[in-house]
Write a new protein. Sequence first.
Length: 560
Amino acid sequence: MNIRRKILIVDDELIEREMLAFMLSDLYDVIFADDGAIALDIIKQKRTNLSLVILDLHMPKIDGYELLKIMHDDNELRRIPAIVLTSEKGAEVKSLQLGASDFITKPYDLPDVIRARVSRSIELAENSIIIHQTERDSLTGLYNKEFFFEYGKRLDAQNGSPMDAIVLDINRFRIINELYGKSYGEEILKKVSSCIKEIAHQNGGLACRSGGNTFGLYLPHTPDLKKRVPDYLERIKNSTHAGKVSIRMGVYHDNGQGLDMERRFDRASLTCRKLRDSCESCFEFYNDEMHAKELFAERLISEMEIAINEKQFKVYYQPKYDIRGEKPVLRSAEALVRWVHPEFGMISPGVFIPLFENNGLIQNLDLYVWNEAAAQIKKWKDDLNIKIPVSVNVSRIDIFNPLLVDILCGISSKNGLDTGDILLEVTESAYTNNSQKIIDTVESLRKEGFKIEMDDFGSGYSSLNMLTSLPIDALKLDMKFIRNICSNEKDYRLVAIMIEIARLLEVPVIAEGVETKKQMELLKNVGCDIIQGYYFSKPLPHDEFTQLIKSEKKESRFLC
Ligand code: C2E
Ligand code: CA
Ligand code: CA
């Protein structure tokens, strides 16, 4: 390891301290105490980053024996090795019994001998921690994640110098396992591991296997890491002797911010996750842009609750038109949330919804939107004497809330609505990920009278077989199929097939993201029932939507 460790020399004689320092200070950070009491204070204070104590036995206040005993009796201090300085025969045995790791006789041996004893004591102590606490990963022999972090943090506390963090993943490892068998997969893991271990050793760093096919490298900082990483990547890839294996690496290059080890690895992992699970080996360095994004995300998460209380979230309404008749008629709306942030202005849900889904915060926001939407349906009912159904988005996280049905029923009755006035959009991927749970929940909701629309249909790869057993009231086609229906024959045919499926299930089809007349006409020809998209209108604030209702009513383009 290229790490300067800290050694405490405890001796009441200045000349002795200086002689030892002369021999050791080019290799170690040396600090001093001239009596046992001061030494004990320093040891306690620096217990996490002290690698060795060299101790004279005869000292005022607390002598060497007593200090050894205090250290030996303390769970934490016991791990710091102590070498005693002695000129008497017999003292050695007693010292060793009290836990000393070695002794140096006065007058001193040759400097090389002393340096060797010092380094051996430190090494033994560090290895014994390793042997004690680690469970190395049994397949690869690398440190496991827990120990890796514990050891790395200890080293950081000892030397505090900059470290670079690398997270490495084997792309599509699951497929390698499936195609070539588990033992082949294990061979690849072992080969990658031994190469990583070698890189760690050569650089004086640490390596671990942190997950199935994920590894960590913690290396002393080098300014030329940008040049080295491609070489590491190549070496690791070649070590597998398998052309089909590709590796991706996310790198956090220390920039003097003084982050702790976990944060360095969070950033390296984030960078690694961003790289696609591709066939090509690749790497990327964590950069300022990612940092800015991360800070922005953290801010949005931390401000969400205040924003709800201050009503910074605004619900917009986008109309859905029924195109079955001669002319399209306004039939319902979808509630879509926006964040009008005091500093950043309008933020789109595509930015913040995924952040809130990751930590469950989405439930609070959805509750807010459902309440707002229900209150708005009631307001239109009261003010305009019309009842327009509004669909709200139900996140896959909401499905796990055991109170979901009660909450939605409560919102509906509080506003004097029928449950059928509130449509619920549930994304298809929620069905594919946890099908039984969602089927049960959706069934209870339908029993209460809510209508369920399967959102983003076509993106989640539901099997046909599964579809027929799903309790749904409408299919909403994923927007990406609509985008190219006019220019791409394949997309057009896919849409036609999906509409056939909806017929089979006897549910209406909604197409969203419809922007042009041509798209609308094609969809109409192929049997689509309802259209939502910029062709008719963008999502509107409630007052503009009120105007839209009024004008459509006047033109008899209103169905409710
Ligand atoms: P989504 O549920 O699939 O909503 C449709 C998105 O398509 C909306 O984006 C809408 O503004 C946009 N859109 C509608 N017509 C067109 C068009 O003709 N062209 C194009 N390019 N886009 C169109 P938005 O409002 O940005 O919402 C994005 C996503 O955020 C929504 O996708 C939904 O998944 C989520 N979301 C929005 N509001 C909420 C909410 O209150 N709760 C939850 N859980 N998710 C929400
Ligand atoms: Ca939706
Ligand atoms: Ca959608």
